[in-house]
Design a protein around this ligand. Structure first.
Ligand SMILES: [Zn+2]
Length: 216
């Protein structure tokens, strides 16, 4: 009887130890996964709250060798700003001009986005494909064409604000900083976007406005 009593006692101690380890294991698992979930949620919230997607009219060009080659853009490393060099033309007209190149064969040209005189945004090419806009940087950048009312090439406030927001949105989406935002001029030396090449201070202000949107 005493022997059995001791055995029972041992069994109880053993059960107690197993039970304690099981409880500790469950608590550790809950804490571990809890942290994972919380971590993921908070990082998602931070990215999403930075810059919301602006309203975009998606009017993709047909795939063709003159304006939408359909070539994959593997990694976006920058955003290139352009001006249309066609005073008073609208975003829709510029988009339609790119589309018309598939028949006119005039030249090779396009842009991922065109921002209009009222700040409207028309998308011509998905950002997962290359555009014909920025020469050797077509392979790793997203291009934005900006409409302007006159020969100076300066953007209207409505256009300017919209371009800042779109640029910041693209930067957020591809984990870029305002330092990754460049002008066509910075790639080839071309006078594009004219006003912001001729007025370096205004270009720096544009980049500062993008930086502010990004919370840099
Ligand atoms: Zn350009």
């Amino acid at each position: 009887m005493r022997r059995r009593g001791k055995q029972n006692q041992r069994q109880q101690i053993f059960n107690g130890i197993v039970y304690s380890f099981a409880v500790i294991g469950v608590i550790a698992t809950v804490l571990f996964f809890g942290k994972l979930i919380t971590g993921r949620t908070s990082s998602k919230t931070t990215t999403a709250s930075k810059v919301k997607r602006p309203s975009i009219q998606v009017e993709l060009l047909d795939i063709n060798p003159y304006s939408r080659p359909g070539t994959k853009l593997d990694e976006v490393k920058g955003v290139v700003i352009h001006y249309t060099a066609n005073p008073g033309s609208t975003a829709q007209q510029n988009r339609d001009y790119f589309e018309g190149l598939k028949d006119s064969h005039q030249t090779h040209a396009s842009s991922h986005f065109v921002v209009g005189l009222e700040g409207e945004i028309v998308q011509c090419i998905p950002t997962s494909e290359q555009a014909y806009a920025s020469n050797k940087r077509n392979v790793d950048t997203v291009a934005i064409e900006c409409c302007h009312p006159d020969d100076s090439g300066e953007f209207r406030k409505s256009t300017y604000d919209s371009v800042v927001r779109l640029t910041a949105y693209i930067c957020t989406k591809y984990h870029l900083s305002s330092e990754d935002v460049i002008r066509h001029y910075d790639v080839t030396g071309k006078l594009c976007p004219k006003y912001y090449v001729e007025h370096e201070d205004d270009w720096n202000r544009f980049k500062a406005d993008v930086a502010e949107k990004l919370g840099e």
